[in-house]
Design a protein around this ligand. Structure first.
Ligand code: FES
Length: 322
């Protein structure tokens, strides 16, 4: 008999600051509807967003000392195990039947992301590293979340073929020129693309002179993508880490955080420098994606992506810019 199983993957489902001990947060990650919440000690939990009693979303309930209380009949579920701990109005002689439990998922939190272990055919916690383990913000961060009208696989492919359709760095134009082939680094696929300041014209066909690099680092397991803006010496200027996962009906859930690196950048336009001094966001993740631009993308570096992701067994976190 074949007993092959695959372990779940860690998915960055939410920003830490969006999960609290008052009101549960409803998210859809890897196609699973989840209710995220914390206890008063700050520990984060994830339960299936469906009450086992009458299937009401648990995210409509309230966080209580004993766990997450359903808003309909008041049953309460332990965050760590999913076990039903309280049913209102039980007689003294009655006990909560052990089969009344919500599904609980493993949760891990690091560097501002709440990760949930989802997918795979095995049980237990994911064995891979956390996607955000190498994300080390310096100073002020810029954060957000959205659900975009695009399928997950297509979103990841577009991150390689044309990231300028999905996000922008302030004052920067990404070019169509790849700086080498995509490469495997640990559990990720990495691709470099040339970029220029917007005020500059593209170089001629015979001159390769890109003052900037946009590096896309895409996890082959789970749904994390890191996009770095680097200077010509490959020193990071801006880093964005995104949790990217399948949502409902062919859409994709995003949550992200990013920051400026403390570097002095030669050749940057004055307008860019002043925007930085004023603390303006150095990047934008698009929540309204233009279908015509996506349709016009050539299928290039992403050609083998789906097969690579399907056959990959995760073992490492995202490699990050030094
Ligand atoms: S539906 Fe949740 S307690 Fe009844």
């Amino acid at each position: 008999m074949n007993h092959l199983t695959s372990s779940p993957n860690w998915w960055a489902c939410a920003l830490s600051e969006s999960v609290n001990d008052k009101k549960p947060l409803a998210v859809v990650c890897n196609g699973e509807a989840l209710a995220l919440f914390r206890n008063t000690a700050g520990e984060a939990f994830a339960l299936e967003d469906r009450c086992p009693h009458r299937r009401v979303p648990l995210s409509l309930g309230t966080v209580k000392p004993g766990g997450l209380q359903c808003g309909y009949h008041g049953w309460t579920f332990d965050g760590g195990t999913g076990a039903c701990t309280t049913i209102p109005n039980l007689r003294d002689t009655e006990r909560v039947p052990p089969r009344y439990g919500a599904r609980a998922y493993p949760v891990a939190e690091v560097n501002g992301f709440v990760h949930v272990g989802l997918g795979g055919s095995g049980l237990g916690r994911p064995t891979q590293g956390l996607p955000s383990a190498g994300y080390q913000p310096q100073g002020r961060e810029f954060t957000g979340a959205a659900t975009v009208n695009m399928a997950h696989g297509e979103y990841l492919a577009a991150m390689l073929d044309g990231p300028d359709c999905l996000l922008a760095f302030d004052g920067v134009r990404m070019t169509d020129f790849f700086l080498g082939d995509s490469r495997r680094e640990g559990g990720s696929l990495v691709l470099d693309r040339g970029a220029v300041w917007k005020k500059q014209m593209l170089p001629s066909n015979f001159v390769v002179d890109y003052p900037l690099i946009v590096r896309t680092t895409l996890a082959l397991a789970g749904g994390a993508v890191q996009v770095d803006l680097l200077d010509v010496d490959e020193s990071p200027v801006v880093t964005v880490l995104m949790g990217v996962s399948p949502s409902r009906r062919g859409t994709t859930s995003l949550c992200w955080r990013g920051f400026w690196h403390a570097v002095r950048l030669a050749g940057a336009p004055l307008r860019w420098r002043s925007a930085r001094a004023l603390g303006k966001p150095p990047f934008e993740v698009f929540d309204d994606i233009k279908g015509a631009a996506i349709a016009a993308l050539l299928v290039a570096p992403s050609r083998e992506l789906e097969a690579a992701r399907t056959g990959f067994t995760a073992s490492a976190p995202l490699r990050t810019a030094a």
